[in-house]
Design a binder for this molecule. Structure first.
Ligand code: ATP
Length: 255
């Protein structure tokens, strides 16, 4: 674990109704790091991200830069700068690309973002939100060419780009990505991961990424954790995890 961690999770327990899914997860992520969460289906990876963004009730302790996030609402957690891109992307299909992006700025703390929301239908801008739209376009130029198109008409890769772009409109300090590669062609996935790395490097955004494609996740992450049945069974640097015999067999498809 990193000393002076930016995100610290201690003995996190969470589940649905009476069914406990996470049984005491502890991890720490340094500021500006990328942390990969690997593990088999049903291990609780999605639930871990949901717990971090306040979408499921938790017990235990979650801190971001010292601020206690445990038990806080999704809205409060988003205001602390946590952006969650869920599995399945969570974009609003009937809305245009631009409307989706502007909605991403909605919970921001700066008052100008409210103006951004009023401008949802694309009135003249000049606000901080407009500047952030431009920023998102530099990472995802294709979105700029699709601004007036409804999200539902985008390709899978473009939708994932929109989902991440929308999250970036929050100017997140912590970006939570759930299975960004799901259903995408390998080349599209590689491009997405390259962009996530660029965002991380240029903006020092801390990233926690849940990913079935362990090769790809470990190629951009500094550290990784393997989750099985709601418990972390292995933690280490990306190189250590890649070198682990069991991981190689189970997740990397060799040895
Ligand atoms: P996958 O890779 O298949 O998405 P995962 O590691 O992300 O798996 P979770 O989606 O967190 O795992 O699911 C962990 C457990 O929680 C599973 O047994 C699942 O059936 C259960 N679960 C997930 N969502 C709910 C829900 N909304 N209500 C009840 N149980 C749920």
């Amino acid at each position: 674990m990193s000393e002076n961690a930016f995100l610290t999770v201690t003995d996190l327990r969470a589940g649905y109704g009476g069914a406990r899914v996470l049984h005491g997860v502890s991890l720490a992520v340094g500021q500006g790091e990328i942390c990969a969460i690997l593990g088999p289906n049903g291990a609780g990876k999605t639930t871990l991200l949901r717990a971090l963004s306040g979408m499921v009730r938790v017990r235990g302790d979650v801190r971001l830069d010292g601020a206690d996030l445990s038990g806080r609402s999704p809205d409060t957690i988003a205001r602390q700068g946590v952006a969650h891109v869920p599995e399945g992307r969570g974009t609003f299909m009937p809305l245009t690309v631009e409307e989706n992006l502007r909605l991403g700025a909605f919970v921001r703390r700066d008052r100008r973002s409210l103006r951004g929301l009023r401008d949802l239908r694309g009135r003249r801008g000049g606000s901080a939100v407009d500047a952030d739209l431009e920023r998102v376009h530099t990472y995802f130029p294709v979105l700029k060419t699709r601004l007036k198109q409804v999200a539902g008409s985008l390709s899978g890769g473009e939708q994932q780009m929109l989902a991440i772009g929308r999250a970036l409109m929050l100017r997140p300090r912590l970006l939570l990505l759930d299975e960004p590669s799901l259903g995408l062609a390998p080349m599209v996935t590689q491009e997405l991961f390259r962009i996530v790395r660029a965002v991380n490097e240029e903006e020092r955004t801390t990233v926690v990424v849940v990913e079935q494609n362990a090769h790809l996740a470990l190629s951009i992450a500094q550290q990784a954790h393997v989750l099985e049945s709601g418990r972390i069974v292995l933690s280490g640097s990306a190189e250590q995890i890649r070198a682990d015999e069991q991981v190689a067999q189970s997740y990397l498809g060799y040895r």
